[in-house]
Design a protein around this ligand. Structure first.
Ligand code: SF4
Length: 308
């Protein structure tokens, strides 16, 4: 990523460079994960966002659950989750089915995310809370990570609902640099994102986490500035990954950032004050979320190899 990169036409970006080619996955372990998800009639962001790590993660027996349905009330230009109008619907059985699937899968660390639900008065915070409580009741010792929307217009309610359930990891993604918000995240704003993270990070027992995608025309200085913002508000975990176009309907990739640049930016993020960083082309918010600080910088993670 050159310091003063300008957006390019992206016809060159349609062919993946060698470091972005990965096996699709399969085999009995992968099938077991798929069965547990299918039996629970659950959604995963692994599928909805067409995550390139599915082969690795599902073969390792892990997945990231997508709650509150599969219809998002916003349409971000990088995301393949379908848009829709869920009209206030909440599935009250979802927390129980989620907990059953986690028990079947034998997960010790669970990552739960959701579509954005601007149609709900609390943005869906109470469903996150029910999932956390049900999980803890059915799977003793489980640790929880949530990756939430920005709870625009209901941050106070969402924080009041969720903070008493600490300890857990609270992830909320910056996704990109502030200059690109209008095109990449219309309907969201950088200040709200930082505000949610700051308030979560300031609460006892909450580890705040965020993620950024590279390859959308951001400059190195802009990325470093985001890292500094995250450090200043107390974010302790971060992933930095390559944006990959999920379908032809989303933005094309402007640049494929090399693994060397990811590695250097990861070291810089640690140096600037974020202790847990995964910075590789395949990093996604939930990628190797179960790892300790020491584990997240191990060579197998940097190279995108299964951790177990
Ligand atoms: S990185 Fe996260 S979203 Fe992607 S396959 Fe793994 S668990 Fe699923």
């Amino acid at each position: 990523m050159p310091p003063e990169q300008t957006p390019q036409t992206s016809s060159h970006a349609r062919r993946l460079p060698p470091w972005l080619k990965r096996p699709l996955g399969g085999g009995p372990e992968y099938a077991r994960t798929a069965d547990a998800i299918g039996q629970g009639h659950l959604h995963t962001i692994c599928q909805e966002a067409r995550c390139p790590n599915r082969g690795e993660c599902w073969t390792a027996g892990t997945a990231t659950f997508l709650i509150l349905g599969d219809q998002c009330t916003r349409r971000c230009g990088f995301c393949s989750v379908k848009g829709g109008r869920p009209a206030g619907f909440i599935d009250n059985q979802e927390p129980g089915r989620l907990a059953d699937a986690v028990a079947r899968m034998g997960l010790r660390h669970v990552v739960i995310t959701s579509v954005t639900r601007d149609d709900l008065p609390d943005g869906g915070a109470s469903q996150f809370a029910d999932c956390i409580k049900t999980l803890r009741a059915r799977v003793p010792g489980v640790t929880v990570e949530i990756l939430t929307p920005d709870f625009r217009r209901c941050q106070d309610e969402a924080l009041a609902t969720l903070l008493p359930l600490a300890p857990f990891v609270w992830g909320h993604n910056v996704e990109t640099v502030p200059r690109l918000y209008l095109s990449v995240r219309p309907g969201s704003n950088y200040a709200d994102t930082l505000d949610l993270l700051r308030r979560a990070a300031a609460s006892p027992g909450i580890i705040a986490k965020s993620s950024i995608m590279l390859g959308l025309s951001e400059t190195r200085d802009e990325v470093l500035s985001v890292i500094d913002d995250l450090v200043s508000i107390g974010v302790k975990r971060m992933t930095i990954g390559q944006y990959l176009r999920p379908t032809a309907e989303q933005f094309d990739v402007v640049e494929f950032v090399t693994p060397e640049v990811f590695s250097e930016l990861g070291a810089e993020a640690r140096r600037r004050g974020i202790p847990w960083v995964i910075s590789t082309p395949f990093a996604r918010s939930s990628y190797h979320a179960e790892l300790s600080e020491a584990g997240c910088s191990s060579p197998s993670v940097s190279e995108g190899q299964p951790s177990r």
